[in-house]
Design a protein around this ligand. Structure first.
Ligand SMILES: CC(C)(COP(=O)(O)OP(=O)(O)OC[C@H]1O[C@@H](n2cnc3c(N)ncnc32)[C@H](O)[C@@H]1OP(=O)(O)O)[C@@H](O)C(=O)NCCC(=O)NCCSC(=O)C[C@H](O)C(=O)O
Ligand code: MG
Length: 290
């Protein structure tokens, strides 16, 4: 089975579905994926018009290598069913579902997409952004084979927790960890939440680094300025690639001499480190293919 986390999803840019200029601009931006938003960034009066725009954009085939996804409105809203029908007809790479609280929500979305004739290629990306979702994250992640990606919604999570946005994100760390454990336990990709201060690139880089160190596959973004640092920080660095090669060579050499453990740069290397080194090289190769 192909490891879905080896598809580069370093940068995943949201854009308001009502913003025609942003939808056009996205065709040239170096983002691995796009989330055409119908939820929070679109005013109630603009929802119907935005739905038509994003459906046309998703069906256009004009976004090249970029994955194109549509974020529908939440399951308990009046727009949800119409959004799902429009998305199913447009056939984006994925439908992003906000406020997923239970595995049943995922299964209901899957049934609605299939009833509306969505192609098999249209995946479900579930947003994990409520306290209930944290307690059920593993079951949500495992609810459907169509579900390929978990997306952190750190603004909603902070709101629900009555937490403050602070450097280092201490109030959110339990939720981030639970969602990561769920993604890794079920073999799904997981994306970190957005950084709201588009002027503060140093703070943004620090949060990208923290997300990468935790194990996130990439980060969701709100502004084109955030693309370059995000792509750089979520790709394996040259040092990481060189180190991975050294690990594989040293271990191959040790194995040929009948040993199962070796040191590289003074650190112990066993088979599991070799597996991780191979994953890093495969990801670096996929990123280079971009
Ligand atoms: C945050 C913004 C409102 C800032 O807008 P603005 O001040 O207009 O930006 P700039 O003038 O600096 O824009 C420069 C050019 O870049 C284009 N642009 C800006 N943002 C985007 C974008 N996201 N995608 C594509 N292109 C973009 C502008 O059009 C300008 O282009 P040009 O005129 O040709 O120079 C704005 O960036 C924005 O709306 N961002 C996205 C907001 C959004 O989608 N929010 C919803 C998702 S976040 C969320 O809900 C997460 C989750 O649910 C949670 O709970 O955490
Ligand atoms: Mg949200």
């Amino acid at each position: 089975m192909t490891d879905s986390t080896l598809r580069p999803r370093r940068s995943v840019l949201y854009m308001p579905g009502a913003n025609e200029r942003a939808l056009e601009k996205a065709k040239t931006l170096p983002t691995d994926a796009l989330i055409l938003d119908l939820e929070d960034s679109v005013a109630p009066d603009a929802k119907a018009d935005a739905r038509k725009r994003v459906a046309a954009a998703a069906a256009s085939g004009e976004y090249g290598y970029r994955e194109v996804t549509i974020r529908v409105n939440a399951p308990d809203t009046v727009w949800h069913a119409d959004d799902l029908r429009a998305a199913a007809e447009a056939g984006p790479d994925a439908v992003v579902v906000p406020k997923v609280d239970s595995p049943e929500t995922v299964r209901a979305v899957e049934r609605a997409l299939e009833a509306a004739g969505a192609p098999d290629r249209t995946a479900i990306w579930a947003m994990i952004e409520t306290p209930l979702a944290m307690f059920d994250a593993r079951a949500i992640a495992a609810a459907s084979e169509r579900l390929t990606v978990l997306v952190m919604g750190t603004n909603d999570l902070a709101k629900e927790l009555h937490a403050e946005h602070v450097p280092g994100r201490a109030p959110l760390l339990t939720g981030l960890s639970l969602a990561l454990l769920a993604a890794r336990a079920t073999g799904k990709t997981i994306l970190d939440g957005v950084y709201n201060d588009v002027q503060d690139l140093a703070g943004f880089e620090a949060e990208c680094l923290q997300g990468r160190q935790f194990g996130f596959d990439g980060k969701t973004l709100i502004h084109p300025k955030q693309l370059e640092p995000c792509n750089r920080l979520f790709a394996p660095s040259e040092d990481a690639v060189a180190h991975s090669r050294r690990i594989i060579e040293a271990f191959d050499q040790a194995t040929s001499e009948g040993r199962g453990v070796v040191t590289v740069d003074g650190r112990m290397i066993e088979n599991l480190h070799v597996e991780d080194a191979r994953r890093i090289l495969a990801l670096a190769g996929a990123v280079a293919g971009r």
